[in-house]
Design a binder for this molecule. Sequence first.
Ligand SMILES: CC(C)(COP(=O)(O)OP(=O)(O)OC[C@H]1O[C@@H](n2cnc3c(N)ncnc32)[C@H](O)[C@@H]1OP(=O)(O)O)[C@@H](O)C(=O)NCCC(=O)NCCS
Length: 160
Amino acid sequence: MAGRAIEVLRSIDTGTARLEIRWAALRDLAALHTLQRRCFAEGQAYGLATLFALYLWPRAAILVAWAAGRVAGCVVGDRNGDRARILNLCVDPDFRRRGIGALLLQTAEEVLGARDITLMVEDKNAGAQELYRRAGYIPIADLRNYYGKNRHGILMQKRR
Ligand SMILES: CC(C)(COP(=O)(O)OP(=O)(O)OC[C@H]1O[C@@H](n2cnc3c(N)ncnc32)[C@H](O)[C@@H]1OP(=O)(O)O)[C@@H](O)C(=O)NCCC(=O)NCCS
């Protein structure tokens, strides 16, 4: 996406470590793959090939949160005209409940810049739903078996 030349999007002093949100670089993809496997069940974690395809896709944005020299989280989104989607958001278990997920989401919204943003979340994922609700997303549809048998999805939307 346009804007990738500005590598560091956010830099915050958390008290214990400096947190930076940057555009993903090609060299980050292996670490992002490891992060995906730490955060999602098999089948839901993005593989290296998917991450590479998203990295090359002009409409997609991959942002990485760095803390203490480590990849702490990432968000992937894409934009098509006035509509954007958050495709993937995750924070390493070692860095959770410090506001990193919310900050990644907010930064992705700014970078994507669309007025209408949607995302999918599993109905059992109460923590992520709460994060999204607090960020202004509202549920607009239920998608039965979206994540597999008896694993239902909720489509959430934010209009700005
Ligand atoms: C969901 C996830 C990204 C949250 O990341 P995080 O950095 O811990 O989130 P934040 O610290 O920014 O949380 C912001 C708010 O969201 C809510 N929240 C986040 N995780 C929560 C949880 N496990 N339980 C309840 N509320 C939660 C809280 O209101 C929290 O504020 P608080 O800590 O002041 O109470 C992270 O738990 C994760 O990677 N989970 C696995 C992957 C995943 O489920 N991704 C979302 C797919 S749709």
